[in-house]
Design a protein around this ligand. Structure first.
Ligand code: ZN
Length: 312
């Protein structure tokens, strides 16, 4: 089936089955600085495919890099950010055997990042949510809510707080000129501000790793033989026509704040190719999180609609 032309564009009724909430990054002053910067130092390289060229994914693995392969993982990436496919396979076959012994059975893909995340901030971390590209950081109290209520679909992994700048809250305040004047690039700010002696006094924060993402599964299932998967590296190539269809569908659903049932998962938190920043939570989780508030976030309510209503 096509993903666009099957859409019944005129006739979405208000007969909805359930409510979800999209939680995503705030759009405030100093937004490029509010969330800090960081990296997963134990990341897999991409592959250099003879058919597709260099490619790499964005998955955050719900697993710490085992100590016995940390040096090697770092050294391999440092030597070359993209490996030939057979060389990538050789490394990951061996690492995978070590991971299996430790109970991690997923296959490794190019660009996968192991935990932990190493984080730097300009201001002492005091918020409950921080948004970095594909990496979401939450406070201890959000982690407690998730653990105490058996919220399904996520895992929590301690963040290593490497450096904490001592600027005051920068959510709404100007960063003083004395610091700007020492920066050639915005990221130099992390070097020029005064730092706390002991970052551990600011408490424990966690990366929130979300297991289910419709970008990885639903879309690929749905498009079936309309997309081409490279037999050498596994890269999914979409035609421009399909990209256009997906974009149309995305703007249609987003304008109406709806999501078809087939683009949801039966868990409490997941990610979506329609509402692609941040993540989506069920109403039960929204109610649990509401008391803490949603500072440094935006939220929107989404209604789940039946597939028949949308796709006919
Ligand atoms: Zn390829």
């Amino acid at each position: 089936m096509t993903i666009d032309h099957g859409c019944n564009m005129s006739n979405i009724s208000s007969k909805t089955t359930e409510k979800l909430w999209h939680i995503f990054e705030a759009d405030t002053a100093n937004v490029e600085f509010n969330n800090g910067i960081g990296q997963h130092p134990f990341g897999l390289p991409g592959v250099n495919c003879p058919k597709c060229g260099p490619n790499s994914g964005f998955r955050r693995l719900p697993f710490e890099c085992p100590p016995e392969i940390r040096d090697e993982v770092m050294a391999v990436y440092k030597r070359n950010a993209c490996l030939p496919v057979d060389e990538f396979q050789r490394h990951t076959d061996r690492w995978q055997a070590i991971l299996r012994d430790r109970g991690f059975n997923k296959s490794l893909n190019p660009g996968d990042d192991f935990q932990p995340f190493i984080w730097e901030t300009l201001t002492p971390p005091h918020l409950d949510y921080y948004w970095l590209l594909h990496t979401f950081i939450v406070s201890q109290r959000i982690a407690d809510i998730i653990k105490d209520n058996q919220v399904a679909g996520v895992t929590l992994h301690p963040v290593v707080l490497a450096r904490v700048g001592l600027l005051r809250s920068i959510e709404s305040e100007e960063i003083p000129w004395e610091y700007w004047s020492k920066c050639n690039e915005p990221e130099d700010m992390y070097d020029v501000v005064p730092h706390a002696d002991d970052p551990s006094v600011f408490g424990q924060f966690y990366t929130l790793v979300i297991a289910h993402d419709t970008r990885e599964s639903t879309l690929i299932d749905e498009l079936g033989d309309r997309i081409k998967k490279c037999p050498i590296c596994g890269y999914i190539k979409m035609s421009q026509q399909i990209e256009i269809e997906i974009n149309k569908q995305r703007s249609y659903f987003r304008k109406r704040n709806i999501l078809p049932k087939r683009y949801t998962f039966p868990v409490d938190i997941f990610r979506s190719h329609i509402y692609y920043s941040g993540f989506i939570v069920r109403e039960r989780v929204y109610e649990l999180l509401k008391d803490v508030g949603f500072r440094n976030c935006r939220t929107r309510q989404i209604s789940v609609v039946s597939d028949e209503e949308v796709f006919g």
